[in-house]
Design a protein around this ligand. Structure first.
Ligand code: SAM
Length: 410
């Protein structure tokens, strides 16, 4: 992985977390980061912006910084830093540390980040956040999900003013008409820069007296549990399968089994539909919902409350890259069943390294004879990975496109 980020007269060493699983061709920043850094630096040097470094002065806010490049670059301005991704947060932490931008380096990621000038907020926390002072500048890296962008623009309406400079940055192909329409609708008149190295900037001028729009999220739909009962599923903006049940999840629901004493992990839980269904099959089961998206975890929590409010105490909602948060605990849970509909991309990169890591972590976490049940598109050929890690896998169910594979830890 190329880790040396050199721009103007500065150099940062930046990784994508987790460093050891990245393809050599990937790096932690892109031309959209460079473009917005150059633009902000020129405004700052011409004194066209005044950004303070404490909570009572106009601040900088950064949204959706993929791997912490923007947070590190502008750390001296003590920005608020908002992300829906645990992996982005961990990347920011590693990169601040590697570039000596943290004051403490002896605690957990959360403890150490508290000593950082960068003030981090999850996308769920940011929905109810209001800075003490109107932000001077808001930088938004255009996210892959239009719905996430829409939610973030609605959140911003609560506190930005016409004095706030709103700049978004992204690859040319990510800056679609729909993206620009959202800025026009929720912020105000919107223009774009010329493209440079396949990226461009968006400039939106907040209208006078913006009123906060009602958010269309969470999106709600219903599906049938394995037992045929209706499950109500709410989905915050950045949740996978926000608009309807995923086809892989549907076949899992049709064939899932859970026993009374199971300790279940819903790995990559999204809205938590598999874990909620586990509670419908085995009301006494303990269910641990794991995802790297904070909106996914919050949706899963809402869905336990929607469907089985009295079971909330036997559920846990854990932000993690694959299962590392559980594996790193002193008292690891005695997990007997892991349900997994793995992702096959990270940010914009299509990759199978997350599925690999999820399966390897599952083998490490499961108790002896515990089961991993995986659903996937046939062409992903998960059985090859499961054979390598577990010695084999059984086809539990299949249709033309999908296959459910089950394997046990020996
Ligand atoms: N279980 C849900 C379902 O069946 O509808 C969601 C499955 S979706 C294919 C995969 C999920 O994995 C997404 O919610 C995504 O946020 C999550 N994910 C992606 N990368 C992850 C990682 N490294 N660690 C944990 N979760 C991850």
């Amino acid at each position: 992985m190329n880790t040396e980020f050199i721009l103007a007269d500065r150099q940062l060493s930046l990784i994508r977390y987790p460093e050891k699983h990245q393809h050599v061709s990937l790096q932690a920043w892109d031309s959209a980061d460079e473009l917005v850094i150059e633009h902000l630096e020129s405004l700052l040097s011409e004194n066209e912006l005044s950004i303070g470094d404490n909570e009572s002065t106009p601040s900088l806010m950064i949204f959706n910084d993929d791997f912490g490049a923007l947070g590190c670059w502008f750390s001296h301005l003590a920005p608020y830093w908002v992300s829906d991704s645990y992996i982005s947060l961990r990347s920011l932490h590693e990169n601040l540390k590697a570039n000596s931008l943290l004051s403490a380096s002896e605690g957990s990621c959360t403890q150490e980040l508290k000593t950082s000038p960068v003030k981090t907020l999850t996308s769920v926390e940011s929905a109810s956040f209001k800075p003490a002072c109107t932000p001077a500048v808001v930088v938004i890296k255009v996210p892959r999900s239009l719905a996430l962008l829409e939610q973030q623009l609605i959140d911003l309406q609560a506190y930005i003013t016409p004095e706030t400079t709103v700049i978004a940055t992204g690859k040319v192909k990510a800056i679609t008409k729909s993206v620009l329409n959202l800025f026009e609708k929720y912020i105000g008149p919107t223009t774009t820069s010329l493209a440079k190295k396949k990226s461009r900037l968006i400039f939106a001028t907040p209208r006078d007296s913006l009123k906060q729009a009602t958010s269309p999220y969470p999106t709600r739909w219903q599906c049938k549990s394995t037992m045929g009962a209706a499950l109500i599923i709410d989905n915050l903006a950045n949740t996978f399968a926000r608009q309807s049940l995923d086809i892989g999840a549907r076949i899992m629901l049709e064939h899932m089994t859970v026993s009374a004493n199971d300790v279940v992990v819903d790995l990559g839980c999204g809205n938590g539909v598999l874990g909620v269904n586990a509670l419908s099959l085995a009301p006494d089961a303990k269910v641990i919902f794991v995802d790297e998206s904070y909106m996914a975890l919050e949706s899963a929590r809402l869905n336990v409350l929607n469907n089985f409010p009295d079971k909330i105490e036997q559920c846990e909602f854990v932000a993690s890259n694959c299962l590392e948060t559980l594996l790193n605990r002193e008292n690891k849970p005695a997990v007997t069943k892991i349900l997994c509909n793995p992702p096959f991309h990270q940010q914009n990169a299509i990759t199978d390294h997350i599925a690999w890591q999820m399966f390897t972590d599952s083998r490490d976490l499961l108790v002896k004879s515990g089961h991993l049940v995986v659903v996937g598109n046939r062409h992903l050929e998960y059985h090859i990975k499961l054979k390598k890690l577990f010695g084999g896998a059984k086809v539990l169910a299949s249709d033309k496109k999908f296959v459910i594979l089950g394997t046990a830890k020996r």
